[in-house]
Design a protein around this ligand. Structure first.
Ligand SMILES: Cc1cc2nc3c(=O)[nH]c(=O)nc-3n(C[C@H](O)[C@H](O)[C@H](O)COP(=O)(O)OP(=O)(O)OC[C@H]3O[C@@H](n4cnc5c(N)ncnc54)[C@H](O)[C@@H]3O)c2cc1C
Length: 318
């Protein structure tokens, strides 16, 4: 991820608030528009401050799953194609080719896991190379209507733009209260288990438990490849103030019966973040040209989302 910053310029055709998968992919696809647009991309990322650590940094980075829903299927398949092209071009995304094993249906599906941080970093770098003006370390405090434009107020000055995309993840409603998606806490348990043998024989296993799913897979982390267990709705946790250790509860929910060897593991680290509960793209337009967007699992849909939002932001005002 690049950290260099340049001063904010006053005017833009499009201002994008937030450089997670949604904001970064949209900025990247906007560079393809002709005639070229002046695009400003603002984000507040700071390292090691949970309040300012973007959700995608915790992500499992899973790109592929054969969804029954045709829209979700299209979203992930387009993104998988996009990512495979990047890999073919030699872009380093810490990719792990794998197989999704859906225990409840017995299906085996070819799957791809990438580092979401690397994917987003690549999208930002491509956007910058295409002329997007990039402003890290900059907090968006408000977006208000101006004369024929929207005014984006930030900790480092204001940007005026005819089109604005607010893509601040779970923090979007702070800036656009009309966009108030249901937010859920998601956790990944990074396990202290030898991965040597598992590397060969552990597919990305999806275990249905209760009304939710647990995911067991390999992920490349800074410390090396690790076995990781993710959970969605298996153990509900409405406390979004920080990570809580629900490991034993998760095992006792049935995951430990299905995969008993997990009981030998020690939890090395909990990665957590708050994400939109819906898995298709939700867009709110409280004023013409002002869009707020969110999507749970935005990593695996990033290319589809970026292309759609770029078309909408570059098109005529609705
Ligand atoms: C534990 C976990 C596992 C997950 N696993 C997967 C997975 O395997 N596959 C998958 O597809 N998805 C996964 N996700 C979900 C995925 O990470 C999110 O859907 C995605 O990151 C949302 O993208 P976004 O761009 O909407 O928001 P975010 O990723 O939250 O990005 C928001 C951006 O806005 C910035 N920002 C926020 N507030 C401000 C402000 N006021 N001013 C300036 N900038 C601001 C942030 O720093 C960040 O750059 C997982 C999430 C979690 C928590």
């Amino acid at each position: 991820m690049t950290t260099e910053s340049t001063p904010l310029s006053g005017d833009a055709d499009v201002a994008i608030c937030g450089s997670g998968p949604i904001g970064a992919a949209t900025a990247c696809f906007l560079t393809r528009h002709r005639p070229a647009l002046r695009v400003t991309l603002v984000t507040d990322e700071r390292s090691d401050d949970p309040e300012h650590l973007a959700t995608y940094r915790y992500s499992g980075g899973s790109i592929r799953w054969a969804w029954d829903d045709p829209v979700k299927r299209e979203m992930t398949e387009e993104t998988a194609r996009f990512v495979r092209e990047l890999l073919a071009d030699g872009v380093e995304l810490d990719a792990l080719e794998n197989t999704y094993h859906l225990l409840h249906t017995g299906e085996l599906i070819p799957a791809l896991n990438v580092s979401a941080a690397r994917l987003v970093g690549h999208l930002v770098d491509t956007a910058r190379a295409g002329g997007v003006s990039w402003h890290p370390g900059t907090t968006v405090t408000a977006v208000r209507p101006g004369q024929g434009v929207h005014v984006v107020e930030t900790s480092r000055g204001t940007v005026r733009a005819r089109r604005v995309l607010v893509a601040l993840g779970a923090r979007t409603p702070r800036v656009v209260p009309e966009h108030d998606p249901e937010v859920e806490k998601r956790q990944l348990f990074v396990l202290d288990l030898p991965v040597g043998e598992l590397r060969e024989r552990l597919p990305h296993t999806i275990v249905p438990v209760g009304k939710g799913f647990a995911y067991v897979f390999l992920k490349r982390t800074e410390g090396g490849t690790r076995v990781v267990v993710g959970q969605e709705d298996v153990v509900e946790d409405h406390d979004t103030s920080g990570p809580v250790d629900h490991w034993d509860e998760l095992l006792d929910s049935g995951v430990g019966d299905v995969l008993p060897w997990l009981r030998d593991a020690r939890v090395e680290r909990i990665l957590w973040g708050s994400d939109a509960g819906h898995k298709t793209l939700a867009v709110t337009e409280p004023a013409p040209g002002l869009l707020a967007a969110s999507c749970g699992s935005a990593v695996r849909s990033a290319a589809w989302i970026g292309r759609r939002l770029a078309e909408r932001l570059a098109g005529p005002l609705g």
